[in-house]
Design a protein around this ligand. Sequence first.
Ligand SMILES: Cc1cc2nc3c(=O)[nH]c(=O)nc-3n(C[C@H](O)[C@H](O)[C@H](O)COP(=O)(O)OP(=O)(O)OC[C@H]3O[C@@H](n4cnc5c(N)ncnc54)[C@H](O)[C@@H]3O)c2cc1C
Length: 599
Amino acid sequence: MIEQTPRLRAQSVLNRFEFALMHHRYDEAAAMFSEECYWRDLVAFTWNILTLEGRAAISDMLASQLGFIRPRNFKVLEPDPIVEPDGSELFWIRFETELGWGRGLLRLRGGRIFVLLTTLDALRGYEEKAGRSRPLGARHGASAPGPSWKEERDREEIRLGHFDQPYVVIIGGGQGAIALGARLRQLDVPTIIVERNERPGDSWRNRYKSLCLHDPVWYDHLPYIDFPKTWPVFSPKDKIADWLEFYVKVMELSYWSRSTALRARWSAENKRWTVTVARPEGEVILKPRHLVFATGMSGKPRIPAFPGRERFKGEQHHSAHHPGPDAYRNKRVVVIGSNNSAHDICAALFHAGADVAMVQRSPTTVVRSDTLMELGLGPLYSEEALERGVTTEKADLLSAAVPYRIMHRQQIPIYETIRTRDADLYEDLERAGFLLDWGADGSGLAMKYLRRGSGYYIDVGASQLIIDGAIKLLRGQVVELTRHGVRLDSGHEEPADVVIYATGYGSMNGFVADVIDQETADRVGKVWGLGSDTPGDPGPWEGEQRNMWKPTQQEALWFQGGNLHQARHYSQFLALQLKARFEDLSTPVYGLQPSHHLR
Ligand SMILES: Cc1cc2nc3c(=O)[nH]c(=O)nc-3n(C[C@H](O)[C@H](O)[C@H](O)COP(=O)(O)OP(=O)(O)OC[C@H]3O[C@@H](n4cnc5c(N)ncnc54)[C@H](O)[C@@H]3O)c2cc1C
């Protein structure tokens, strides 16, 4: 008897699966999944970003999509699977569809499919001109040379938006827009990025001066150009800003800075947007087919309506507008909030000689940066991961292959380890009166980020300042601002010259209300969150980030953003969705999500 290698075993599952798909036997294909099962699809089958949970959902999707998608040539790519802690085996796979090339991961448990990840990698006939098919650049030959690269580029910049209309306009020019713009450029989709700031990178430059990225370099690469090997692990904010500015130039993006998108109107008749942009030389009207909001999930400051704000005699600002500590030496500063920004700002203020108090209104998840790097991100994004052959590209797919419904199961043990390992820190913090939590189900920081985008501090030193009393900790709800301070529900009034609201940010559909109208913002609904029904992430369950990188309830309106990892990885799928429409390919969207929350 021929011994079945893991690869042969997996290939035989894929062969049977493919056979069932080819013959439109939906239920037979679905029955190859285990009873608890997940199929996460990034655009390849659904023209959406969707996780199907259970056999019935899988069968329904196949019944709707197979006629268009026509998947084939499923292949296992590597001989050895990755063996998961539960004994299931994870295989790299590739496949083809009617329109493109796909990649993914197949997780087998007891011979059945537990998780399937399918992603669209490229559209056939519209692949990026990379590697062997990269452009020549020079024009060799005996004929007249024609315009130079520079002349062509200048001409394009002069024409686009004035004589030629872009197919896509991206509002906002931070890392999200820049990553998407780069991908659209490689796919030859005419795109203009509209940014109100002076220079690319300013959304980082304008943040408080002590800010360094909280995520490590391996997690932060932009598409196409990795950071150099000498780049620091945690990039200072002005350094990342300069990198973004350089990237815009070398990736040849049409980037309109000092340009504010004032208004956008959709014409259902003409299938075009009319976008009014204020530029230094006057207003310009753009008429794109698609509009992307890349205005930042940390872009719309949220300031609670505390009574007495108008009465307060001192200075008050949101953390988004905090200039840094230099002007506040010897001042009494009250920072409202107890997450990352609050901690960073308090620490910098203390070191600059301010008298600083933090108001903690609800519990915070705290994790030491070193510990988080080692136990949280390290297995996939680190020098050690690279040495094991886990490139950033592979790491992105491995992360994507964990369905959100069960991600917490993977996270909870990590946080149990963290709790034990750093027990000293947590005991000291609690002794100092700091309220800790570990997320609604003990799944910690990463799940909080995905669910609500807040509620945590990655400790780079401020926790010790709280323990030592250098940062004064006040616990409770803010009742009002008085003329000279902040009053809490305990009755305590903390005197203040300056009040800083480190109170987070509103949903990105708030920008839609500003630029389009409230009705469209409401129809699209809240952006971000999984629907986990945990604090800050109301249900019902959606199983994907609401409205991000996928079709929305408003035709031709999209959202791009997230942290650098998400901006990099998901821009691929948003770019492919836009490219397919640009080329008039058939893109039947399956499972367009309803909206449940206004903001
Ligand atoms: C304090 C802090 C620390 C963070 N640390 C990290 C980290 O370590 N790692 C990480 O990956 N992420 C981090 N993030 C989260 C996130 O990566 C950043 O917020 C990042 O800037 C988001 O990029 P973006 O392109 O989505 O949005 P932004 O960078 O916010 O860019 C949006 C842009 O839209 C522009 N804009 C808005 N409205 C208009 C309009 N009408 N017309 C024209 N332009 C407009 C704004 O000027 C802005 O430049 C952090 C966020 C904060 C607040």
